[in-house]
Every structure is written in structure tokens, then in C-alpha cells.
Design a protein around this ligand. Structure first.
Ligand code: SAH
Ligand code: TMP
Ligand code: ZN
Length: 408
């Protein structure tokens, strides 16, 4: 069998697990399209040389990011607050120069850049999904509709000049051609400029068995070790690192040209933590696979037992993550009646692969089920607070991260 080559260092490596055939995670569809669903095998592997965890096969990018992209960042008020804090931190710490210029990769509907726009700071968002890019433009945020890479970075530099700060949230891990992105960043940043980005953190995925972070859009699962390797190839280094309590555990990295900024002691501290967690050891990923299989058994058992008791179970949050869970565990409408979601473009459609109907959240509100399977577990606090009436009327939340349990 052909061994895959690491996208970062080209070493051959093997998958440590397969989730089987998967549809596009954000591919919510109408019933007339059931026959045309694209599928691929979702396999994930660990590179023993550069420590990058990555999926082996990724659908073409145009299948995932297009004019009907389903994810609008601003659906969550908690995330809106998070990005306001992120923007404020950048303005305080990294925008010293006169007339600074900020670029954001994967700016989506402008959830973070709007704060720079409001402050009158020169900015440019880059996002290939035309619908979300348009939503940002309508808020007065300058947005270029395209895929960020080395070529696009050259074009931006030619038109706008160099950037003081490049930002990215939940997008670097989406981009398989990361070397081109890193080269583009190195080209576009001015001498003392920084790239500040955050993504779900591999350490949290391993510790919480949050295997649903693994899906087509996420080409990579970053650790400090793998990020250090990648950027060292482009004359850059990690100068600071800060864990973030969003999306089930994320990590923010600050990257600068080698030697131009002091390196925070947090970097060495995180390296020690990663050693203790075994993020460079294959055995860690074999244990993870066992934990995932166990989680699947537990979740299916509890859903089957609820069905036998005649309980009504619905899903809460038609997340892209839920596509991995429902397809890997074989959860269909027989076990989960519908998925409640606030996103208008998802409502009235069906979930990818297993075809559970997605309904307007008011259907949840007006007719509470017995149990709600919390697919949007990363927004648990916000959702449980908002839906307090569900609990008061006897409803129960069921989660599967960090373990399968009914929350009392
Ligand atoms: N930053 C936002 C959006 C994350 S979703 C947030 O954290 O909420 C990922 C976004 O990245 C999508 O809007 C997608 O269209 C965009 N994207 C995917 N590939 C990209 C690329 N090569 N360059 C820029 N944006 C990209
Ligand atoms: P995410 O986990 O990828 O951020 O996606 C969150 C999904 O959950 C998105 O489709 C919107 C939905 N959602 C709700 O339905 N209600 C809510 O209160 C929140 C925060 C999200
Ligand atoms: Zn590698």
C-alpha cells in the first residue's frame, strides 16, 4: 500500500485510526441531493519526525469553502466576546507603528476585524467563502474573497504594503498547503511584525477524547512541537503561547521572525507539558484510538437505551463536529429525532451522511424533548444558561466530551 507523506516534512507515516467513510462535515443538504453526496475515508495519522497530526485524505478545498459555506462565526455571543478581547489585546500589545495594517486570514463574517474597522485601523480580511465575505463587507470590513497562500500574500503586499500583524483563528489548521501560507506570512509581515493565530489544541483533543474535532476541514491538529517545526522552516519562531478556553480548548501562538522578539518563558513551559502528555509518542495516539472506540460504544448504548425507554432525544447544535460523531457512531433519526440549530442556512436541511433533519431552534423551545444531545458541547455554558427552561421542565443534557454522561 502507498504510504502517505507528511504535508510538513515529507516523511512517510501511517494512519493511527480510520473513522470510515465520511461526507463533507458542513455539507448540510436537501433531500433531493441525498443521492449525490460526496464521501471520502476519514483517516488520521501522526508524523514521527515533525510531530504533526493530520488527516490523510482531504476533499478538494472548493467542496468545503464556497458561496454556500454554512458557518457564520457571529452566531455565538461568547465567541463574539472572545474575539473582541483578542482584538483589544492586539491593539494594546502589537500595534505600535504609525498607520498600522492588520490582515486576517479566514475572517469569515468579520467577527474579529470589525473591532479594527470600528477603531479606524487599516485592515484587510481574506476569506474564500463568498457568502461570509459579503456579510463582512456589509459591516464595512474590507474583505478579499480568496484563499490565502504565498501568491495572494505577494499580491496583498504589492497593493497595500507590509502588515504589522497577521491574525488567524480556526483557519490555519484548515489549510493543507501550510508551507505556502507560512511563506506568505514571512513575505507579508514587516520586520518586527507578528502572526497571531489560534486553533483547537491537540493536547485538549487527546485529554478530552474530543475526536469530533477530526473532520475534513481540519487538515491538521497542532501542538507547539509541530508549529515550531513548521515555522522554523521559514525563519520564524514561536515567541509566546497562551491556552484559550474556546472550542473545547484552543492554543494561541505568537510567531515572529527568529531573534527579533524576546521569547516568553511560556514557550519552554508548554514544551515540558507536551513532553508529559506524550504528544510526540505514537503510543499516545494508539491509546487515543481505544478511548474513541470506548466513547462510541458508550454513546450508542445510552441512545439505544433511551429509545427503548421511549424517550424523545434531539440533537442541539448542527455543528460540523457532529458529522464525525453521527457518522462514526451510526446515529440516525431512529436515535436522534432532529437537530436544533440557530443557523438559518442549515434549518430545513438534513445533516450530512446520516440525514437527521435540522430544525429551527424554536421547535426545541416550543416542544421540549426528554433529552438533548449536546453536539455543540464547546458552547455548553452559553447554551445551558440560555436554555435553563429546558432543564426546569425536566429535560436532561447528554454530552460525550470529555466522557459520555447525562449532566444533572
Ligand atoms: N475566523 C473565524 C472563522 C473560522 S471558519 C472564526 O474563528 O470563527 C474558517 C474560515 O476560513 C472559513 O470562513 C473559510 O472560508 C476560511 N478559509 C478556508 N481556507 C482559507 C484560506 N486558504 N485562506 C483564507 N481563509 C480560508
Ligand atoms: P461550532 O461548534 O462549529 O461553533 O458550531 C456551532 C453550531 O451550533 C452552529 O451551527 C450554531 C449552533 N448553535 C445553536 O444552535 N445554538 C447556540 O446557542 C449556539 C451557541 C450554537
Ligand atoms: Zn512530518
Amino acid at each position: 500500500m502507498d504510504m502517505p507523506k507528511c504535508r510538513i516534512c515529507e516523511t512517510t507515516y501511517e494512519a493511527f485510526m480510520s473513522f470510515g467513510n465520511m461526507p463533507i462535515a458542513n455539507g448540510f443538504l436537501k433531500s433531493e441531493d441525498f443521492g449525490n453526496e460526496y464521501v471520502y475515508e476519514l483517516k488520521v495519522g501522526f508524523c514521527p519526525r515533525c510531530a504533526m497530526v493530520q488527516i490523510l485524505e482531504q476533499p478538494e478545498r472548493e467542496r468545503m469553502f464556497h458561496e454556500n459555506y454554512a458557518y457564520f462565526s457571529s452566531i455565538s455571543t461568547r465567541m463574539a466576546a472572545h474575539f473582541q478581547n483578542f482584538a483589544n489585546m492586539i491593539m494594546r500589545q502589537y500595534l505600535g507603528e504609525a498607520n498600522p495594517f492588520v490582515v486576517e486570514i479566514g475572517s469569515n463574517d468579520g467577527i474579529m476585524l470589525r473591532h479594527f474597522a470600528d477603531a479606524g485601523i487599516r485592515h484587510l480580511g481574506v476569506d474564500p467563502s463568498a457568502n461570509v465575505a459579503q456579510a463582512a463587507r456589509e459591516k464595512g470590513i474590507e474583505t478579499l474573497c480568496g484563499f490565502f497562500d504565498e501568491k495572494l500574500a505577494e499580491d496583498i503586499k504589492a497593493e497595500y504594503g507590509r502588515a504589522d500583524v497577521i491574525l488567524a483563528a480556526n483557519v490555519m489548521c484548515h489549510i493543507p498547503y501550510l508551507h505556502s501560507v507560512a511563506a506568505g506570512v514571512a513575505t507579508l509581515l514587516n520586520t518586527k511584525g507578528v502572526l497571531v493565530f489560534e486553533d483547537p489544541y491537540l493536547g485538549d483533543i487527546i485529554e478530552k477524547t474530543s475526536y469530533d474535532q477530526i473532520y475534513d476541514e481540519h487538515a491538521f491538529y497542532f501542538s507547539l512541537a509541530s508549529i515550531e517545526y513548521l515555522f522554523s522552516e521559514h525563519g520564524m519562531e514561536v515567541v509566546d503561547i497562551m491556552p484559550q478556553n474556546v472550542h473545547g480548548g484552543s492554543m494561541r501562538y505568537v510567531i515572529a521572525r527568529k531573534g527579533v522578539r524576546p521569547v516568553s518563558p511560556a514557550v519552554a513551559a508548554q514544551n515540558s507539558k507536551e513532553k508529559a502528555l506524550g504528544l510526540k509518542s505514537r503510543a499516545t495516539f494508539d491509546l487515543f484510538r481505544k478511548n474513541v472506540e470506548h466513547s462510541r460504544t458508550e454513546l450508542v448504548n445510552i441512545l439505544e437505551s433511551l429509545r427503548q425507554q421511549g424517550k424523545r432525544v434531539v440533537g442541539y447544535g448542527a455543528t460540523s463536529k457532529s458529522t464525525t460523531v453521527t457518522n462514526y457512531c451510526g446515529i440516525t433519526q431512529a436515535l436522534v429525532e432532529f437537530i436544533s440549530d440557530t443557523t438559518p442556512t442549515k434549518q430545513g436541511k438534513y445533516s450530512p451522511g446520516v440525514h437527521i433533519p435540522v430544525r429551527d431552534y424554536r421547535k426545541f423551545y416550543e416542544n421540549h424533548p426528554d433529552v438533548a444531545l449536546l453536539f455543540a458541547w464547546n458552547h455548553a455554558e452559553e447554551i445551558m444558561a440560555k436554555e435553563e427552561k429546558f432543564r426546569q421542565s425536566g429535560g436532561k443534557w447528554l454530552t460525550y466530551v470529555p466522557r459520555v454522561e447525562v449532566i444533572d
